[in-house]
Design a protein around this ligand. Structure first.
Ligand SMILES: NC(=O)c1ccc[n+]([C@@H]2O[C@H](COP(=O)([O-])OP(=O)(O)OC[C@H]3O[C@@H](n4cnc5c(N)ncnc54)[C@H](O)[C@@H]3O)[C@@H](O)[C@H]2O)c1
Length: 282
């Protein structure tokens, strides 16, 4: 049995990843989440499972008392791109530093970085320079450097904007989750920055496919190389809305996926079809 550590599995993306990982009957999986933004219901079924154990704590406080891990999927993070304080920054830095020490020397760590490392560059490739404009983006940059310095085998993925089932839109983060939440509640959502920001959207199951199948020591971007303006998607959904604040955020970001496509990975559901589905259900 391989000893596997999964961090952040009560959260949106990692809960989908865990669904795939538990299908492997050669994995013994430890799941760690502090439930700061995650939902316990996403992991309850794995409490005390035959091959799964759940631990509610900060990953940097998790004592590895026995052997280290063969494989680590590290997705736990404070993922608020608008946060300006150091709390999120420090938590992400300490969490990632700690996780790298839990890997066996020949183990492999898979990490969820973000297009936030690029900041305000309209079109990016994996070799584009680091130019974050948020503390979150800086923390991901630091995390990438930490992993490269401390681990022999690693795969770093830089996600674009992820959408899909179980995205928590109650906290105004993640546009498609926010739309879904307000449609279901029949409430009016706020559209920031006049709805002019453009983002590249990727379905959560496509992210999971890359995380579980693609390996390599230089980073992979996960996106569709297509952007949509916020207001276009909001109007398509039919949700009620009004203008909110102007935030200092990235204007436009479009991620080349040439490198990932070359591995055989293919994106499936696009964001427009997903929103049409939400609209029909609401
Ligand atoms: N959602 C996106 O569009 C997107 C885009 C780029 C990158 N990412 C990255 O993907 C990962 C997952 O994002 P998500 O959208 O599912 O976020 P999420 O907030 O739903 O999940 C993060 C999980 O990590 C847990 N967590 C946070 N800090 C922790 C710590 N120190 N110790 C233990 N658990 C901790 C939270 O409770 C939560 O369950 C994050 O690393 C995020 O930065 C997400």
């Amino acid at each position: 049995m391989k000893k596997v550590l999964v961090t952040g599995a009560a959260g949106f993306i990692c809960s989908h990843l865990l669904e795939e990982l538990v299908k492997r009957n050669d994995y013994r999986i430890d799941i760690v989440d502090d439930l700061s933004t995650g939902n316990k219901e996403n992991v309850r079924k794995y409490f005390g499972g035959e091959n799964t154990r759940f631990y509610q704590c900060k990953i940097q406080d998790f004592p590895v008392l026995t052997d280290k891990y063969d494989i680590i999927y590290h997705l736990a993070a404070k993922a608020n791109t608008r946060a300006t304080g150091l709390v999120e920054f420090e938590d992400n830095i300490m969490a990632t530093e700690a996780v790298t020490k839990m890997l066996k020397p020949n183990g492999h760590i898979i990490f969820s970085s973000s297009c936030a490392v690029y900041g305000n560059q309209a079109i990016v490739i994996e070799e584009s320079p680091y130019q974050p404009i948020s503390t979150y983006g800086y923390s991901k940059w630091m995390n990438e450097l930490t992993i490269k310095a401390n681990c022999k085998n690693y795969t770093i993925f830089r996600f674009s904007n992820v959408f899909g089932e179980r995205q928590d839109g109650s906290n105004e983060m993640g546009l498609i989750g926010v739309i879904d939440y307000h449609l279901k509640q029949n409430r009016e959502m706020k559209v920031f920055n006049k709805g002019k920001n453009e983002r590249d959207y990727i379905y959560v199951k496509d992210v999971v496919k890359a995380l579980t199948t693609v390996r390599g020591n230089s980073p992979y971007q996960i996106g569709r190389f297509k952007t949509y303006e916020t207001l276009t998607l909001v109007n398509l959904s039919g949700v009620k809305w009004s203008y909110g604040a102007d935030n200092s955020e990235v204007d436009t970001i479009k991620l080349s996926n040439t490198k990932l496509l070359a591995t055989g990975w293919k994106p499936t559901l696009n964001v427009v079809d997903y929103i049409r589905g939400l609209n029909e259900k609401a």
